[in-house]
Design a protein around this ligand. Structure first.
Ligand code: 13P
Length: 338
């Protein structure tokens, strides 16, 4: 298969109405934070048990067609001896891999962040592909204040996202392009819209300059939403209208699918927002779906609580969120389904 055929095949399997992606690619540091909330120690074995519980949830593939893994998970074995990547494939779910190396301060700015990981990326992709990964993820973050994000932070992060995407496509790996405008702060939804529009324009300009095939990316943006400490919190309908308005102004129709991150929203709010976008706008040029981490996993983590006796409850909690978000992808969610 040529690289283009490979990219085509992966996109065809991911860009399916009514299905989305589970982000289970928390770094060592992040998963330790999540486990601490349920008093579970973050050992390699506990991480494996937890993720095996998620990936073996019965019929998960009815709602989820891709899972993003952390490097450690890609190499881990399930209790039946096959790799966790294989466990997913057997379920009909495509394994993907987080390839960025996290955030560092961007020199020349007031502690804004830049994502690192381009050095050696091409070699790492060869290995990840051999291990079964067919898509990748790179997350860039943008702070909102009256003066942030700076022009330097936007240009540098957009350039890195585009270099990453181009390198992935050269290996036949579909890149998830994730520019996350952070929710932290007391900014209004209008300010979030303004910043998100600037960020997305900048990202798509760099994707174009780097000759990235837009037909073979998954865009993973944040929603346009009120800052987490803003006194006036926008409703789901407002979030849906503002988000779609900004996307229509910035994202070319060639992009097949937009899979949102949840970014600290509650599980219910993330589902409701996605529902209203699809309900109010049934004829958009791209699919609108999910690639949630916390909004899919938090209830499951809580139900499991690190106990072998509660693995089934953990799976049921994941399946419930996955099913409701799948319904939201086609505008058929209703809060009575909670
Ligand atoms: P959240 O949905 O928790 O934001 O996680 C998605 C993700 O992959 C962040 O990079």
């Amino acid at each position: 298969m040529s690289m283009t055929q490979l990219l085509d095949a992966t996109i065809r399997q991911i860009a399916v109405p009514g299905k989305g992606i589970l982000a289970a690619d928390e770094s060592g540091q992040t998963i330790a934070k999540r486990f601490a909330t349920i008093q579970v120690e973050s050992t390699e074995n506990n991480r494996r048990i937890y993720r095996e519980m998620l990936f073996t949830a019965p019929q998960l593939s009815d709602y989820v067609n891709g899972v993003i893994l952390y490097e450690e998970t890609l190499g881990q074995k399930a209790s039946n001896g096959s790799t966790l990547a294989n466990v997913l494939e057997k379920q009909g779910i495509i394994p993907g891999i987080k390839v960025d190396k996290g955030l560092v301060d961007l020199v020349g700015t007031d502690r804004e962040k830049v994502t690192q990981g381009l050095d050696g990326l091409s070699d790492r992709l060869v290995t990840y592909k051999e291990m079964g990964a067919r898509f990748a993820k790179w997350r860039a973050v943008f702070d909102i204040t009256d003066v942030k994000p700076s022009c330097l932070a936007m240009e540098t992060n957009a350039h890195n996202l585009a270099r990453y995407a181009a390198i992935c496509q050269a290996h036949g790996i579909v890149p998830i392009v994730e520019p996350e405008v952070l929710m932290d702060g007391d900014h209004t939804i209008e300010r979030c819209a303004e910043v998100t529009e600037k960020v997305l324009h900048t990202v798509f300009r760099h994707l174009y300059l780097n000759k990235v095939s837009l037909e073979h990316i998954i865009l993973k943006p944040s929603m346009v939403i009120s800052g987490s400490t803003c006194k006036q919190q926008a409703s789901s309908e407002q979030v849906a209208r503002e988000t779609v308005r900004v996307l229509l102004r910035t994202v070319p129709a060639a992009v097949p699918t937009i899979n949102f991150l949840s970014g600290g929203q509650s599980a219910e709010f993330a589902t409701e927002n996605l529902h209203w976008m699809n309900k109010l706008h049934p004829n958009l040029p791209w699919l609108l779906s999910f690639s949630y981490g916390r909004a899919l996993q938090a209830p499951s983590l809580d139900a499991w609580h690190g106990k072998d006796s509660q693995l089934v409850q953990g799976q049921e909690a994941l399946l419930k969120r996955a099913r409701l978000n799948a319904a939201a992808c086609v505008g058929e969610y209703n809060s009575t389904m909670e």
